[in-house]
Design a protein around this ligand. Structure first.
Ligand code: ZN
Ligand code: ZN
Length: 187
């Protein structure tokens, strides 16, 4: 495992808290979005600012992180493919446990647990941010809640042209045939 870089924008140093339960620190920072923050059809553009408001609070077992992140997301409507640009705000909370026992006599079966751990009193916010953003995004983003999508015949965007239809565009020869059929009436 590689160690965390204390200068990385999504890595936070908790040493100031002195491991005294109850001590806390507010952190406000803007971090460039890591790659692939979001889902395939909607995500925070890499490098665009993620505004973070965080509270770090020392508790007995570790450091509790509570925070809010705001960012712009871009993608496209899953019905009509129109570009979407929106803002999201997500909240998250996670306990990062002190890593004192990490190199101790723990047996290997603990290695795959889901507990977030501090590493040398540093914590990595990225997995937490990633989960919160993915959870907040709709699986099928739409440009508007009732987007009618695209015309199955010509691909026109129906939201731009609500009265869209193809009756008038039918080949005149077929139209003549249709009229003839009507004249004949039901057989
Ligand atoms: Zn749409
Ligand atoms: Zn059409």
């Amino acid at each position: 495992m590689t160690s965390l870089d204390p200068r990385a924008p999504l890595v936070l140093d908790t040493r100031e808290l002195g491991r005294r339960p109850g001590s806390q620190r507010e952190v406000t920072r803007s971090a460039p979005a890591p790659a692939d923050l979001g889902i395939e059809v909607l995500s925070v553009p890499e490098g665009s600012p993620v505004e973070l408001d965080l509270r770090l609070e020392a508790v007995m077992e570790g450091v509790l992180v509570t925070g809010t992140a705001r960012a712009v997301v871009e993608g496209e409507c899953t019905r009509c493919l129109e570009p979407i640009r929106d803002e999201i705000e997500v909240t998250f909370q996670e306990l990062f446990v002190y890593d004192d026992t990490r190199h101790g006599a723990r047996d290997d079966s603990d290695e795959d647990d889901e507990t977030s751990r501090l590493e040398d009193d540093l914590l990595d916010l990225e997995p937490l941010l990633r989960d919160a953003v993915v959870l907040a995004l709709p699986f099928q983003p739409l440009c508007q809640p009732d987007c009618p999508g695209l015309c199955p015949e010509c691909g026109a965007r129906l939201a731009d042209d609500p009265d869209h239809g193809h009756q008038a565009a039918v080949d005149p020869r077929w139209a003549a045939l249709a009229e003839l059929k009507e004249d004949l009436g039901p057989s």
